[in-house]
Design a protein around this ligand. Sequence first.
Ligand SMILES: Nc1ncnc2c1ncn2[C@@H]1O[C@H](COP(=O)(O)OP(=O)(O)O)[C@@H](O)[C@H]1O
Ligand SMILES: [Mg+2]
Length: 251
Amino acid sequence: MSLFRIEGLVKRFGGLLATDHVNLTVERGEVHALIGPNGAGKTTLVNLITGLLKADAGRILLDEKDITGFKDHQRVAAGMSRCFQVTRVFAKETVHDNLMLAAQAHAGSSLRFMAPRATERGLVERAVALADRVGLGSERHRIAGTLPHGAQRALDVALALAAEPKLLLLDEPMAGMGPDESARMVDLIESLRESMAILLIEHDMDAVFRLADRLTVLVQGRVLMSGTADEVRGHPDVQAVYLGTEAEGHA
Ligand SMILES: Nc1ncnc2c1ncn2[C@@H]1O[C@H](COP(=O)(O)OP(=O)(O)O)[C@@H](O)[C@H]1O
Ligand SMILES: [Mg+2]
């Protein structure tokens, strides 16, 4: 059974069918990429998945649990975490303090009953481990806002990891990155796949094809196809509507 499943999901904006009966599965240990031209409905679908938007019809299941009616924070608790843009990073706080806050938010009620010092020590250990996990171990005492862009995105990933997700949603993690930073982010995502499934929305097709086990191609709100990288690359319709024409442009 799939870790994550979307069944017949529908979202309308007035007369526009932005999400048209979408089905999608993400398997355990899978990196699944969601691609499609501008306006295809990728962001809408991510917002439906995370609970920012409410679906008009259809179901969303995580680990066989129906989370369709869950609020966004309930979905995080159920095991789904999303990387936001850098805005979630507290720019004036250190890397360590950012991670402490995220660890604290996740610990929530489970640590409330522990002794305060044990709680503090547990959170510090967690923050240190999270920084190491994304390659920021030597930057822990830097003010987050002074980090280079790529490192800030890595910090954003670490903040999402604080929730110990089963499914991690990455919304354009390579946006605005140069080749070196992109390569580091690819390595980071590669290192995460052992412990969680990943749904990746990304315009950088080199990165997508390097990382994704399977891809789902969205066009005008509909799933054009789901398949392996080779299947997607070789599909004539995909080449016509997306890959052969112009990929969504980010300079
Ligand atoms: N809040 C909204 N209200 C009305 N239309 C919207 C809204 N959000 C997105 N849309 C429309 O839904 C379609 C899909 O948009 P979007 O999900 O942003 O696509 P993508 O992320 O693939 O570029 C577009 O036609 C867009 O104009
Ligand atoms: Mg979008």
